[in-house]
Design a protein around this ligand. Structure first.
Ligand SMILES: NC(=O)c1ccc[n+]([C@@H]2O[C@H](COP(=O)([O-])OP(=O)(O)OC[C@H]3O[C@@H](n4cnc5c(N)ncnc54)[C@H](OP(=O)(O)O)[C@@H]3O)[C@@H](O)[C@H]2O)c1
Length: 334
């Protein structure tokens, strides 16, 4: 039997379990020239939140539509010569156990590439959209130079942790902001960050930032926005660059809080630039090869949190907004 989650209601604030509805039906048959995929792993991503309420850079999801997300699955029926039964594929599979797909736009995972230190789940994690966001945020936007100070928020998330390691590999001093002592310890002990701040434990984030970066910050890689962005603006050095990757603290707000301390942009000649990683899609393959080499030689690490059971998708998604997840959260389809 096929099961899927659809959007039942547009969330008001932090999403709730009954904003989603589970439906079931027959396992679909392959269309002419297409395939049927049985999903094995489905990702949950904070960026999806915006599309549940309205248009973002992609159109809003319609009520009753399957929730969109990246996934990995196995081909169980093929009427397409490019795919054989048993092939592993990744792409925008959505919150469903089975789907009929025309085949176009899916990536067939080469077992020789996705092996050893690079398991197939990397295709929707450190080598998927999150990792690509880190790579292009650091390499294409930040203009980071050796010896500079790099600050990243939601630093223990898949984007933040990868961005920090890539900045370290470019010779930066790396400071991470994260929401628990366990996350902060991982960043220092396992990933080699130079300093960390547990923002939930500090009474004054501005004071903590000044202590962690007494010389100021050259690049702020922002995954959070709101108050954290304001505090980062205060510690930017002259000619500092702010890369806007995400605004997770804003996604559940009815209207954005907005940016304070704008005069600092004038006095310190700051720049701030946002981006959509899909704009770099033609360069993904090259970045993935470079990052896979780093995974194999141990200079890049990642962490996954695999939640068992398709029915736990809404709960896993909601946990992203309380910080209870730790690493790239994937739901394994039982
Ligand atoms: N620009 C692009 O093309 C693009 C592409 C992909 C992703 N993104 C963005 O990149 C960012 C990171 O994505 P990710 O997949 O790595 O997810 P993530 O950072 O793991 O997001 C979940 C984490 O965000 C933190 N968080 C949640 N609510 C918060 C709040 N109100 N204030 C501060 N921190 C909060 C929590 O960590 P703590 O425990 O540390 O609080 C939580 O564990 C997201 O904003 C996402 O939208 C952008």
């Amino acid at each position: 039997m096929m099961k899927r989650f659809v959007l039942a209601r547009r969330p008001d604030g932090v999403p709730k379990a009954d904003d989603f509805r589970q439906e079931s039906g027959d396992i679909p048959r392959a269309p002419d020239g297409g395939i049927v995929v049985a999903t094995t792993h489905i990702s949950v991503d904070p960026g999806m939140r915006s599309r549940l309420s309205g248009d973002s850079y992609a159109a809003a999801l319609a009520l009753g539509e399957t929730i969109e997300s990246a996934g990995i699955g196995r081909v169980i029926e093929s009427r397409n010569p490019k795919f054989a039964e048993g092939d592993l594929v990744s792409g925008a599979l959505g919150w469903t156990t089975h789907l009929a797909h025309p085949g176009k736009g899916l990536l067939k995972l080469d077992p020789a590439f996705y092996s050893g230190a690079v398991p197939p789940t990397c295709a929707i994690g450190v080598l998927g959209v999150p990792g690509m966001t880190s790579w292009f945020g650091v390499h294409a936007l930040s203009d980071l130079k050796p010896g500079e100070v790099f600050l990243v928020s939601s630093a223990a998330g898949p984007v933040g942790a990868t961005a920090g390691q890539l900045a370290k590999a470019k010779g930066a001093r790396v400071i991470g902001i994260a929401g628990s002592d366990a996350k902060c310890a991982w960043l220092i002990d396992e990933l080699g960050f130079d300093a960390v701040i547990n923002y939930r434990a500090t009474p004054d984030l501005g004071v903590s930032l000044n202590a962690a970066a007494p010389e100021g910050v050259d690049v702020y890689f922002d995954n959070v926005g709101a108050e954290m962005l304001d505090q980062a603006i205060r510690v930017m050095r002259p000619h500092g660059r702010i890369v806007i990757s995400g605004q997770v603290a804003e996604y559940n707000a009815a209207s954005p809080r907005g940016i304070r301390h704008v005069p600092d942009f004038i006095s310190k000649r700051l720049t701030m630039r946002g981006f959509v990683v899909l704009d770099y899609a033609t360069q993904f393959r090259e970045a993935q090869a470079a990052m896979a080499a780093m995974l194999r030689d141990g200079t890049l690490k990642f962490r996954e949190q695999v939640v068992e059971g398709f029915e736990n998708l809404p709960a896993a998604f909601i946990r992203l907004f309380s910080g209870d997840n730790f690493g790239r959260c994937l739901v394994r389809v039982g």
